[in-house]
Design a protein around this ligand. Structure first.
Ligand SMILES: [Zn+2]
Length: 210
């Protein structure tokens, strides 16, 4: 960590997508690549949605899909600050009353195997950027089998009672952060335990939307 911080201090960063040096110091995605990303307009959540606001700046499409897979499955952790950059930019679309951040928890066993929780890695800089605390005491109760390859109904069944809140949540409007929003089953399940834990409103911020 210290070494990486030192690296960044003495050398300009290179863009995670094209490898060129970024002109703005601290940026992990160059202006050219940023402009080329598969942007999506976040539609308002449907009336029956359990979320106050859902924001996902880019589509799960090239090169974002490949980068998310590389982060999660090949431990390419240098993508995490780049994704956090996209999330911080997208924060302007969020309501102003959000008072805490909750990266989607991983079961401890999966976190142990992977070595990190990607949602936490991209959520931590967002919490810092917004000056907000992380929600404590929400855990993933059991190691759910991988969600990929399951249909929406199987995912919902897979996730039932997957999260548990260990203490009451003193925050009114919690922002759930994850890398990708697919069917929304994971965040819906998480939102229901967050509200049961004491929050009034839940919003969602993900890097990509499939
Ligand atoms: Zn670039």
């Amino acid at each position: 960590m210290l070494l990486r911080a030192f690296d960044n201090a003495v050398m300009p960063l290179r863009c995670v997508f094209c490898g060129m040096r970024t002109r703005e110091p601290e940026k992990h995605i160059c202006a050219g690549c940023n402009a080329e990303l598969p942007r999506i307009e976040s539609p308002p959540p449907p009336v029956s949605s359990p979320f106050h606001t859902v924001v996902a700046p880019v589509a799960y499409d090239f090169p974002v899909d490949a980068a998310i897979k590389a982060l999660k499955f090949q431990r390419k952790l240098y993508y995490a600050p780049a994704f956090a950059e996209l999330l911080c930019e997208a924060c302007r679309e969020l309501p102003g009353d959000i008072d805490a951040i909750l990266p989607v928890p991983l079961h401890w066993r999966r976190r142990w195997f992977r070595g990190f929780n990607q949602a936490y890695e991209i959520g931590k800089p967002v919490a810092r950027y917004l000056g907000l605390p992380m929600v404590r005491g929400v855990i993933r109760r059991r190691a759910t089998p991988s969600q990929s390859g399951l249909n929406a109904r199987e995912r919902a069944r897979n996730l039932r009672r997957a999260f548990v809140v260990r203490r009451s949540i003193p925050h009114r409007h919690v922002l759930i952060i994850d890398d990708i929003l697919t069917t929304g089953a994971t965040v819906r399940q998480l939102a229901s335990v967050v509200r049961a834990g004491g929050s009034d409103k839940v919003s969602v911020l993900t890097v990509a939307r499939a």
